[in-house]
Write a protein that binds this ligand. Sequence first.
Ligand code: OXD
Length: 309
Amino acid sequence: MAIVIIRQDGKTDMWKEALLAADPNLPVFGYHDDHDPKGIKMALVWKHPKGSLANYSNLMCIASNGAGVDFIFEDEDRPKHLPITRIVDTYLAADMSEHVLALILANLKHLEHYKVDQFNKIWKPLQYLRIADVRVGILGLGTLGQVLANDLVRFGFQVQGWSSSRKSVEKVKSFAGPDELSDFLASTKILVCLLPLTDRTSDILNKELFEQLPKGAYIINVARGGHLVDKDLLELLDSGHLSGAALDVFHQEPLNQEHPFWEHPKVHMTPHYASVSDTDSVVPQILENYRRLENGDSLINLVSKTKGY
Ligand code: OXD
């Protein structure tokens, strides 16, 4: 019984070393290491090459090495009967929340704008909004969304969230389902997307949705590039309906050099780094599931195949 790590971002050895540091006897292999595919019971994956899971005939579990699992569902050749698990981690949620808070505060104080003015030697103070006057709307009130919502409330923002089912988070107004999306949007000044990427949420950040936001709304997408229709965002930024957008995730990563986002004055880009799995904090839950597999126990952090997250 062994684990194979399949990822293409050069971090396989880092994860292997972290797992071995926690358990030096753990049989763990990188995808390109010499190993017997028949002995592999758990595949720890992050954006693995599509089809690679089909090599493992005795696999018992597909474990995402991150919070998201969209890339697993996109692999049509995966063994579909197997349980899928994901990472649920306090650091992942806290880091995400800190990233979004930093973006929101920078936006309220026009920090991006002043940086450009500085380069151009322009001295031009702008009006700013106070925290208490700003309503932030979070699309997706799951684990990450709820941590962010609580932090925003502590900072003094007005906070509301939209999700498929109603959520109960103190001081956060909860909107649920397609029927309540318009009301949620109409009262949102800063929109943060933290939805899982599924068939139902793909392309959700589109022209029709943006037009329901008040003029001057600001968009933050820290979920997946597949949520956003890039050309619709550009159109609404250029028309002045949206005041700006902060994007951490893209359809193609790294984003191709010709993409208009790179040079757009209203787009603030970061390289999918809002929140990154921390090995020390994540390794214990991977080992926990590996032990559970060995003992035939039920797994933690299981993904619902019907919901897709
Ligand atoms: C994740 C991510 O899903 O980093 O963990 O995007």
